[in-house]
Design a protein around this ligand. Structure first.
Ligand code: PLP
Length: 377
């Protein structure tokens, strides 16, 4: 075992917890004292804070980031015969939500440098979708690894075609595009509070952001079993999808640290860039964007050699994602853009994410970078 295995974690949740453990204990105790475990006061308080942080008019928390996607698609009435455009290089949940609703996930390619949905591929996919007799209903740009997708270009295409834009910000909470925070873009945005996400709780959690009052009302009803005005009045078919009060209480404490953590993540990424940019293909963040740095991901032609070498030194690294969605058994029969998803397929053989969290020290980054330098040489 090397010295690095002890100190270098891929994501270090313990370091953060140590900083706020006492506050977390108090916050959890308060929930145990008042006993409102479902939709207790902390849920509303956290939602208000989310609105303030993102600039969205409404923030509706729910059970996880996958349900958040489903709730929006359900509110928009998306289902059978509708196509929902999804990048082929993303986590499966982005395609799972439309597929569960019997809509058709329609796969689109991504850009080689940002890994986000390619507007030209999206344009072609709309034509292909119509040729197949499907209704182009929605597009889900994903802010992969923390960098917002090129939302203005996507919006421009979508708007002229009457297609709704749902931003999957599961990995990008805290990021910005042209000064706007993730949550304040698209027709709706979703995020995930899965523990490893930039803002994570100690279990599952998610949220929907929208500035549309009517959508917000419907999503609120949908997350509560399709509730009407009264408790046992059910006006639509919904889900049971709420953020636990204890998780909201934890997230309130974590949100206080979050702005500082975003700066620390940015610093980690800049330090990696400084050491690695002459040797490796490092992440490209467009000038009008900031990333939440959910991941710091290299593109490598000899990935397994480098991953094995890092492993032999006790440095963890992860491949997100080893298969594009068009290559997944459960999804390969859904349609894809006629120009192909070659970039998604190629990226899935080349990407490697390095340890990334706010508490990674300069010393650790230097050691990881030196090791990568030695492997390269
Ligand atoms: C891009 C993307 N979309 C959606 C999700 C789903 O979030 P959750 O795990 O909270 O359901 C994730 C989570 O990993 C994700 O990375």
């Amino acid at each position: 075992m090397s010295e690095y295995s002890v100190s270098t974690k891929f994501i270090d949740l313990e370091a953060q917890q140590k900083l706020i453990r006492q506050k977390l204990d108090f916050a959890i105790s308060r929930v145990l004292d008042h006993g409102q475990y479902i939709m207790g006061p902390e849920v509303k308080e956290f939602e208000n804070q989310l609105c303030e942080f993102t600039g969205a008019k409404h923030a509706l928390t729910c059970a996880n980031g996958t349900d958040a996607l489903s709730l929006v698609l359900m509110a928009w009435g998306i289902g059978s015969g509708d196509a929902v455009f999804v990048p082929s290089f993303t986590y499966v949940a982005t395609a799972e939500a439309p597929a569960q609703l019997t809509a058709t996930p329609f796969f689109v390619d991504v850009c080689e440098d940002t890994f986000n949905i390619d507007p030209n591929s999206f344009k072609q996919a709309i034509l292909d979708c119509r040729a197949l007799g499907l209704n182009p209903a929605a597009v889900i740009p994903v802010d992969l690894f923390g960098q917002p997708a090129d939302i203005d270009s996507i919006f421009e295409i979508a708007n002229t075609e009457g297609i709704k834009v749902l931003v999957d910000g599961a990995q990008s909470f805290g990021a910005t595009f042209k000064g706007r925070r993730v949550g304040a873009m698209g027709d709706a945005t979703t995020t995930s509070f899965f523990p490893a996400k930039p803002l994570g709780c100690y279990g599952d959690g998610g949220a929907v952001f929208t500035s549309n009052d009517e959508d917000a009302d419907i999503i609120n009803s949908l997350r509560l079993h399709g509730k009407g005005l009264e408790k046992y009045d059910n006006v639509r078919i919904g889900l049971n999808s709420r953020l636990d009060t204890i998780q909201a209480a934890i997230l309130i404490e974590k949100l206080k640290l979050f702005p500082e953590e975003l700066l620390l993540r940015q610093k980690v990424a800049e330090t990696y860039n400084y050491y690695l940019q002459d040797l490796y293909t490092v992440p490209v963040i467009n000038s009008e964007k900031t990333s939440a740095w959910a991941q710091y991901t290299l593109v490598l032609s000899d990935r397994s050699k480098i991953q094995n070498a890092l492993k032999s030194k006790g440095i963890p690294s992860v491949v997100y994602y080893p298969k594009s969605l068009t290559q997944q058994t459960g999804y390969k029969n859904f349609p894809a853009v006629s120009s192909g998803t070659h970039i998604s397929d190629a990226l899935s053989t080349k990407v490697l994410s390095l340890p990334m969290h706010p508490y990674l020290t300069s010393e650790e980054i230097l050691k990881i970078s030196e090791m990568l330098g030695e492997i390269y040489g």
